[in-house]
Design a protein around this ligand. Sequence first.
Ligand code: SF4
Length: 301
Amino acid sequence: MVLSPLKQQISKLKKERNAVILAHNYQLGELQEIADYVGDSLELAREATKTDADVIVFCGVRFMAETAKILNPEKTVLMPVKEAGCPMADMATAEQLREMRKQHSGAIVVCYVNSSAEVKAESDVCCTSGNAVNVVESLLNSEIIFVPDRNLGAYVQLIVEGKKIILWPGYCPAHVELREDDVEQLKRVRPSAKFIAHPECNTEVLKLADAVCSTSGMLKYAEESPSVEFIIGTEVGLLYRLRKENPDKRFYPAGKMLCPDMKMTTVVDVKRSLEYIEHIINVPEHVANRARRSLERMLEL
Ligand code: SF4
């Protein structure tokens, strides 16, 4: 395959720096093409612990790069565009969480990985959309504070028995955009299509789904399903990979679910990041040590 001059430069810089490029499933297609690994939050967290590279270039949003740094304190973690954040992660602070804990002294705190390092440090265990049900089921406590995504927490509550989940009022602005009406209308137009939804969608939308899964769960479902048409209820970036990996199937976005932060990073930014070693992600040691415990507890499950 002939690489463009820009891709050749990135490849050369990667070798010189002994770097690896990780990209989330919502990133631009051009980034997915140059990444060494593309996946969901859980897969990228696991991949970050396995790599031998000295430098991890993280194409995603800040909490993901922080997670990679927490799990690899000795490595250099770079974020090509440091402004790429997660509005949902910003809906919970460590101070607010401490307050909530005081009100529910017997509760254990489960934090969705889409949260700041400080919130992870205040939590007992992390989870992702792919393992939230398993994480909550594994806990002995019957009362759980689930932070920050109210929709993922409500979804877990629907499935897990014998536990009371106290929901945090956070949400993903991209996923809550999707309404029942949009899905019902699309289902009428595409009656044979399976509707797959991400658990960050509203509960009413999830009730219409043939399957509720993480982004990697959606990839697996689409590949294994005998159906050839799918309505996709998650951020539109996933359609690139779905179409690439299933050229004989058809995928329709359920709505205009776009996360501007996930679209900030470009291939040019990645090259600059490798060239000038920018922007280095650091997490204060006292925060990282406590946050690591929550992440490792999840990864052990
Ligand atoms: S898609 Fe939603 S949860 Fe993911 S980074 Fe964007 S705002 Fe955060």
